[in-house]
Design a binder for this molecule. Sequence first.
Ligand code: GLU
Ligand code: ZN
Length: 319
Amino acid sequence: MATNATVRGRFAPSPSGRMHLGNLFAALLAWLDVRHLGGELLLRMEDLDPDRCRPEYLSQLADDLIWLGLDWDLGWRPGETAYCQSCRTPFYQAAFKTLASRGLVYPCYCSRKERLAASAPHAADGARIYSGRCRRLSAQEKTALQESGRSPAWRVQVPGEIISFVDEVFGPQQERLDRDCGDFILRRSDGIYAYQLAVAEDDGRMGVTRVVRGWDLLSSTPRQIWLLEQLGYSVPTYCHVPLLKSPAGRRLSKRDRDLDMGYLRAHTTPEKLVGLLAYLAGLIPRPTALRPSDLVPEFSWSKVGQADRIVDDGIWEAL
Ligand code: GLU
Ligand code: ZN
């Protein structure tokens, strides 16, 4: 198939365990979005958190995608570290410096307890909005904290700017950064760059034009758009997808062992699994064994819709 060089999507999983049905659902949709548009897909490993990510998960994750029939044009390969966030620290450092050189970055010495006390609990997703407490410290207070030996996290000061975008699935969105989000962390106190900075820098530098991911990240998008703009990158189109949930309404997670790739690979075929995912996505009327490429011609976001999907025991009949 000829590729449309102006379209570049990405799948950016965190290799913190075996993928489960929910990750596969997002991966298939990211793959279909880009294949339908004739673009390229890249695979980026978001392994920033050394406590959660293990090297052996990376190759297993790639192997699981290939087993399912999902391919990618650039990105992670065995022995290739350019697309692993853990190896991209110099880029995050440079982005951090750019923001710092504009006077937008400041140290935050708040402990978890102080952070909670200094924040309001009314962000749209229930997250707390940091009050900017450490931005207003007196020179004396600052010196005392610096001398205390406590290592700070680093926050970026956001303006009272409204960020608007049109999500391909969830429609028009907007957020006023200072009121709805607040100053957010760019680098944790342990020195690790935060997800928001890493993703914005990577999506920008890697020339990503399509971001497909679960809607739990919808509320992170204005922060990422603002960072992309600050860093001089183009802003991609966002497509946030429904989440898969258990009948109790809990999001499927890596704790749901029975739905992870280890179990699924032992109990079904890639074609049946793709058929189930396509059915859950609203792309076919009933689960039917097929290959991802069979879904490309008819793919449309309007079929997917916004509603989360409940995955109950009935799905085993499809496998
Ligand atoms: N690495 C994130 C996750 O696995 C996704 C990040 C993104 O797509 O922006 O949940
Ligand atoms: Zn603080």
